[in-house]
Ligand binder design. Structure first.
Ligand code: 5AD
Ligand code: SF4
Length: 467
């Protein structure tokens, strides 16, 4: 448990604000920016903070990266393909920069925080001007000031990630749905996962800071917040006398914010207290993302997940008994080292037994320096592909089953915008986090309205607005 304050000091935050102001008067400085974001919600939210700082520095968004004076790539490294995509796009900009040499290129986020990556960027990507990790995003004003001022490359990656950064300006993407981080980092060290190495140990924000942020959002008319953390169920475990996660949820709902979601729950830490809160607290959305990763006990043990297939199913049963209207979603990895046909069949059986609303499915991707990287029994890529295809086909059936059960029901839908297909069609999210399309006028955008579900397609529901 931590003892001393780990917050970045107010003096340091003030120094960064001064760099932001000085940047505004730097001759020939970049005027416009474009951020390309990869990966999870945590990264999407970091990009909102990066944009907040860039605007404080007097920059405005450019519609495309080709037109921007500063292009920042906020990267992800969870799987090999995420990393390759980011590096490919950075390389592609090299050509644009040939025609516009004054353009500045930045790379930040999880990939940069990997051991050895900053050196690799310096060596292999000489056209990158600024690189920094997830642990020092608050330093963007200083780093970009130095890069623009000296036209020299600036790289800054903290070795340790042990700080809490409060008070950054945030440029939020949506006026009615907002992310609120409640904790940073992860202590779990699932054997396949690189996150604990690039995001550091768990650090919980204080409940007071979180509540202040939510109260301000509620006053601005935000309808839905998503509380973010790699493992929200262990919120507060690193702070003496902190409130528990279910207690935090209760206090957040007392602000009057209409809807609350949270991501991600680790099954091993999902407490009876949280299930009780899900059953009783009407502001909590009827959705729980509960990554199972595998349905096989030997694979779960090798993954260091610290629960069994049986204890996972038991928790699902408890949730369903307490709150039957909650939709469950999950993450699953196939072809983990040593996964046998029997292990994979166990995963399929679990998927059938639970009946998830939807699942994110992945083929295991080796991450250097993680424990699974050393494990024997690498799976033939052809077998991995066949397994993921079978899994997706089964999950598609389950999704169809779950979606068709909703036909005829009335759902509360937060209207998020016009549908991509037609102007008269609106789209939104029901409490279970499923997209619902229906006809209606644009003045409903940003409101929560009742919609009767009339049909289900593969990935969305169709409905009729009752207002
Ligand atoms: N290979 C494949 N999938 C992974 N995930 C995390 N690490 C890996 C990896 N090395 C998946 C897990 C996690 C989700 C965010 O990404 O399913 O829950
Ligand atoms: Fe990675 Fe496991 Fe932490 Fe999730 S809980 S971020 S999968 S180590």
């Amino acid at each position: 448990m931590r003892e001393e304050s780990i917050r970045v000091s107010p003096e340091e935050m003030e120094a960064q604000r001064r760099f932001a102001l000085d940047f505004r008067s730097l001759p020939g400085r970049p005027q416009t920016y474009h951020i390309v974001t990869y990966g999870c919600q945590m990264n999407a939210h970091d990009s909102e903070k990066l944009a907040g700082m860039l605007e404080e520095m007097g920059m405005t968004p450019a519609p495309t990266r080709e037109e921007a004076d500063f292009v920042l790539h906020n990267t992800c490294c969870i799987r090999d393909n995420a990393e390759r995509k980011a590096l490919g796009n950075v390389t592609w900009l090299k050509e644009i920069k040939k025609d516009r040499p004054e353009m500045l290129i930045g790379v930040c986020g999880c990939m940069v925080q990997e051991p050895g990556m900053a050196e690799k960027i310096l060596r292999q990507y000489p056209f990158v001007d600024v690189a920094f990790g997830t642990g020092n995003i608050h330093k963007l004003p200083e780093l970009l000031f130095r890069a623009a001022d000296t036209r020299r490359r600036v790289v800054a990656v903290p070795r340790e990630q042990s700080t809490l950064i409060e008070g950054l300006p945030i440029r939020r993407e949506s006026p009615f749905q907002s992310y609120v981080t409640i904790m940073y980092g992860c202590n779990n060290f699932c054997s396949y996962c690189i996150v604990p190495y690039v995001r550091g140990r768990e650090r919980s924000r204080s409940a007071d800071d979180i509540l202040r942020e939510v109260e301000a959002l509620q006053k601005q008319g935000v309808q839905e917040i998503m509380l973010l953390g790699q493992n929200v169920n262990s919120y507060g475990n690193d702070v003496p006398f902190s409130v528990t996660f279910p207690r935090l949820l209760r206090r957040v709902s007392e602000t009057g914010i209409p809807r609350i979601r949270f991501m991600t729950s680790h099954p091993k830490d999902l407490s009876d207290e949280l299930i009780q809160e899900l059953a009783e607290n009407k502001a909590l959305c009827r959705h729980l993302h509960l990554p199972v990763q595998s349905g096989s006990n030997p694979v779960l043990a090798a993954m260091n997940r610290r629960y069994t297939r049986e204890s996972y199913l038991e928790k699902v049963e408890k949730i369903r008994a307490a709150a039957p209207d909650i939709g469950l979603t999950t993450d699953i990895i196939v072809a983990f080292p040593g996964e046998t046909d029997r292990d994979f069949e166990d995963t399929l059986e679990l998927v059938k037994a639970v009946g998830f609303d939807s699942a994110f499915t992945f083929i295991y991707s080796l991450r250097v320096n993680t424990r699974a990287a050393e494990m024997p029994g690498r799976i033939d890529p052809a077998v991995a592909t066949e397994r993921i295809q079978r899994l997706i086909a089964l999950q598609d059936e389950m999704t169809q089953m779950r979606f068709s059960e909703m036909i005829g029901k009335q759902e509360e839908v937060l209207v998020t915008g016009a549908s991509r297909r037609s102007e008269k069609q609106l789209t939104g999210k029901c409490s279970r986090n499923i997209s619902v399309n229906f006809e209606g006028s644009a003045d409903l955008i940003g409101k929560i309205i009742p919609v009767k579900i009339t049909a289900a397609s593969k990935t969305t529901l169709k409905g009729k607005a009752l207002e």
